[in-house]
Design a protein around this ligand. Structure first.
Ligand code: FA5
Length: 345
């Protein structure tokens, strides 16, 4: 029986190869696969086989039948015949098509990490407007009109003038706009972070964007000093990067803090050896910080004789670059799926 099956399979394959048009194919189908077709008659004999052979031969016969039917449909398709959905060969053993699922952007991942870290240290999550008044973005932060510090941040002004004919609305240039708003709303003591998008009219390069994210930290209480600032920042770096990062302070000027510092972190991309991202210095400028200026506390309705505070502001892209080893800030907004899909967790 096995031999007979093999013989008819070979014959079927040879015949099928010779089929040149649809009518020849129909004849072929009738001759071999029709109710009284040669293959079918042979298969009927399987039932008469002794039980020991029936299983093996039956399985082989089924495989042959399926394979011949698949080839028949393939040939029908090639010859331009109509293939009904039911005729199409369906191999249930093939792996299915992977269903792509969405995932979070690397900047969102870092923002969520930061929110968790600061919430666990008792900081509330603050929010503030991206379209901001000149007052909260500059004046309340001890940056009066025509102060040279305004030139430090290239501002997008909105075409809206106040009664004095001055432009009084800006796209916020930093998340520091939230500082006085938070003091007015919550008073002292106060502990909060604000995360959000900011805008600057500047050219982009490997480390600079014109639209990017910052996180602002603000803590106001009795006797707050630079030591509190350092402790909180060290904790943030340790938990965000799963390792203690070396940080160092340099004097820095920001009108709204006194003293002001710039905080640098040892470059995690090159482990301090020097690379294009750290300008070959081994250190990357990560944030501006300092003790809140008495004028700013006053603008927020807090008495600087009773309270002091620290504030810091850092770029979330810069943190994400260090965390994930990304050497070009422009990748975040590139929409490049080969970049983004690496963060599929
Ligand atoms: C400020 O924006 C201050 N508001 C920070 C601050 C807050 C100081 C509170 C004191 C107290 P600065 O312009 O240096 O400062 O920006 C802060 C951080 O944002 C930088 O250290 C850097 O991490 C990031 N950053 C600045 N400019 C860019 C840019 N163009 N692209 C990406 N990240 C930037």
């Amino acid at each position: 029986m096995k031999e007979e099956l093999k013989k008819i399979t070979k014959e079927l394959q040879d015949q099928l190869e010779k089929v040149a048009d649809i009518s020849a194919l129909n004849n072929f189908e009738k001759k071999y696969l029709g109710k009284k077709g040669e293959l079918m008659l042979l298969l009927k004999k399987i039932g008469n086989l002794p039980e020991t052979e029936r299983k093996e031969i039956g399985q082989l016969a089924n495989e042959i039948k399926t394979e011949i039917k698949r080839k028949l449909i393939e040939t029908k398709e090639k010859l331009g015949g109509n293939i009904g959905a039911a005729d199409k060969f369906f191999d249930a053993t093939l792996p299915g098509t992977k269903i792509e699922s969405g995932h979070l952007h690397p900047l969102t991942l870092v923002q969520r990490d930061l929110e968790k870290i600061f919430s666990s240290m008792g900081f509330m999550i603050l929010d503030g407007p991206e379209l901001e008044s000149d007052y909260y973005n500059f004046e309340a932060l001890n940056i009066p009109k025509s102060h040279p510090a305004r030139d430090m941040q290239d501002t997008f002004y909105i075409e809206h003038k106040n009664k004095q004919g001055e432009y009084d609305m800006v796209m916020r240039t930093h998340t520091s706009n939230v500082q006085v708003r938070a003091m007015e709303k919550y008073g002292a003591p106060l502990r909060g972070v604000a995360l959000g998008k900011i805008y600057r009219n500047e050219a982009t390069d490997q480390r600079h964007e014109h639209t990017f994210y910052q996180i602002e930290g603000l803590m106001v209480d009795k006797d707050i000093s630079i030591a509190h600032l350092m402790a909180v920042l060290r904790e943030m770096f340790k938990r965000l990067f799963d390792q203690s990062a070396n940080i160092r302070l340099r004097p820095g000027f920001f009108s709204f803090v006194e003293p002001g510092v710039e905080v640098e972190m040892s470059c995690l991309l090159c482990e301090g050896k020097g690379c294009p991202v750290c300008k070959r210095t081994g250190w990357v400028e990560m944030l501006g910080a300092g003790l809140v200026h008495p004028n700013v506390l006053r603008a927020g309705g807090i008495d600087p004789k009773k309270y002091s505070g620290f504030a810091f502001g850092t770029g979330i892209e810069r943190l994400a670059m260090m965390k994930y080893g990304i050497d070009d800030i422009r990748l975040f907004n590139s929409g490049d799926l080969s970049f983004l899909s690496q963060f599929d967790s």
